[in-house]
Design a protein around this ligand. Structure first.
Ligand SMILES: N[C@@H](CCC(=O)N[C@@H](CS)C(=O)NCC(=O)O)C(=O)O
Length: 204
């Protein structure tokens, strides 16, 4: 088994964070996104969508999509469970993971891809107005998450899950999108401090 990933991009980081929380290591093949290594025809055999991360299994199968990779890892390394421990918790994890993906991650991603000069070639057409339109949406999501986290350790109270990992990656990726968390969102900032002590925070 090997993992095609990159050292700075957010979706590969989601998998690295997940593996760090599991205490699992998978051999990695670095794909240099900046030089366009993922755009080569050869990489299409690994992922025809030319994106990382991709997990290559020993039978030659390729799993892309960061959450699909994490689900596979959860199946083969069940401890500690990060997708929920019973039906109720699994549904709540899915709910919060999707809320973070759709509510924050996607807006931060759009602000980055459409606003950063370094993405002008990769993101075509790059629409600056779309980057700007996504900034207030990201702020709305931060406000929503801040309110939810008030009085809670993690998105699911005392249970740490993949949803927190998704939030960590989205939160930290804000810097690249030139977004920041307003000081008034104290519960969200305290959550970021708390997760900073976990293995996922330093995973790369
Ligand atoms: N939905 C995919 C997204 C994968 C993705 O967009 N990966 C980015 C890095 S974060 C990428 O490979 N970008 C290359 C490009 O846009 O050309 C996932 O969850 O893994």
């Amino acid at each position: 088994m090997k993992l095609y990933d990159s050292d700075w991009a957010p979706n590969p980081r989601r998998v690295q964070c997940f593996l760090a929380e599991k205490g699992v290591t998978i051999p990695r093949i670095h794909v240099d996104l900046k030089s366009g290594a993922h755009l080569h025809a050869d990489f299409a055999r690994i992922n025809p969508l030319h994106r990382v991360p991709v997990l290559e299994l020993d039978d030659g199968a390729h799993i892309s999509e960061s959450v699909a990779i994490c689900r596979y890892v959860e199946e083969i390394h069940p401890e500690p469970p990060l997708f929920g421990r019973d039906a109720r918790e699994r549904a709540l994890v899915e709910m919060w993971n999707r809320r973070v993906e759709l509510g924050l991650f996607s807006h931060v991603g759009a602000a980055f891809r459409h606003g950063h000069p370094g993405m002008a070639v990769a993101e075509q057409p790059q629409i600056k107005e779309w980057a700007e339109a996504n900034r207030p949406k990201a702020l709305d999501a931060m406000r929503f998450l801040d309110r939810h986290l008030d009085g809670r350790n993690w998105l699911l109270d005392d249970y740490f899950s993949i949803a927190d990992i998704t939030l960590l990656v989205a939160f930290d990726f804000m810097k690249a999108a030139r977004l920041s968390c307003p000081d008034e969102y104290g519960a969200l900032i305290a959550w970021r401090d708390r997760i900073g002590a976990r293995p996922c925070a330093t995973a790369r």
